[in-house]
Design a binder for this molecule. Sequence first.
Ligand code: SF4
Length: 388
Amino acid sequence: MSCPGYVQYARLFPKQESGRAADMGTAVHKVVEQCLRDPSLMASSFEGHRVNGFVMDEELIRAATFYVNYVRGFVAGREGLFVEEKVELSWVHRDIWGTADAFFYDQDHKVLHVFDYKNGSGVFVEAEWNPQLMIYAAGVVSRVYHKIADVENTTVSMHVIQPRYDFDEPVRRFDLSLGELMLWAATTLKTAAKNTEQEGAPLVAGEQCTFCECIALCPAYEKHDRSLVLRDFEPLHPVKPEDLSPEQIAYLLEGTAWIKRYCEAVAKFAHAQATQKGIIPPRHKLVASVGNRAWDDETRALSVLSSMGVPKEKVVEVSLRSPAQVEKIAVKYGVDKTALSTLYSRPSRGLALVRETDKRPAIETGVSFSEPTKQPQKQRRYHGKRIF
Ligand code: SF4
């Protein structure tokens, strides 16, 4: 929505294979889908199973369990939960459709709940005014509109459930009245959709580029401020760190995440070109890729090992879960989590240099600033090219 030119520009690119993170997300989605369709099924029953190429380990099962319990909490055993249902908004634009993770119309409280599971642990997903979530929600409204008795007083509650993101609460919720949501769809969304069809629809770089498959070659993103880091800094001839000014250091630190993402996007694009079009970059080749060995069926492997005389305790590791994990479990047994605070501590790992926007409070070290002994050069040149 924020980049009107995306739709036309993306057509120029070969379809890219989903990455490891997306495949892992699909695996968890498959597990939670089955659990939500069958109220007697627990996510934990999938532990150790291989789904979509991923072994459902403890962490994934914990995330799945959290989501399933969260959704079940709203449904409270009633009928009417929809899971992995296709929704569309053809009245806004013919190409707007998607699959909603789960939704439930709570007639008693006049609330339509739309649940969106996010498996990512690295990028925070906001719920407030999140266009993707609002599109799903508007599509869901279109699906269940005939069931809504009191349209004027119905709230649409949009939930982002991201249990693997450790730096914030696992759930974000955004409520809008049904009228507000549909007005947004009929005006803002409709206009944005129309704009994508205009000839020369502009590419607009921003936060949305993070997950865009076009990022590697997109000219708008290349002009984006972070791209200056890559354009002006020759990685093969880097300036010595001690020759950089504080401003230059800040500039590079801010660009690190972007450069990493950019390189990942280039690798993804090159992979798609190679596997789908046979375009192999110089000095590269395609090879068979296999993952680490993993037990197909842990229970069977244990029983075979046992029949061979290998003691179970020699091959099975038992360890206490992390304090954060144990806290979540203990509260379910009525334990006040503050009672556990004497049982763990946080090992100090020194100081971390982070962006000002980081939520943690700044630490005063008491070390006073002194001029560097070596003055950074105002301008440096490599091969006649000015950097910075
Ligand atoms: S990378 Fe950003 S600017 Fe380029 S098409 Fe994607 S969303 Fe638009």
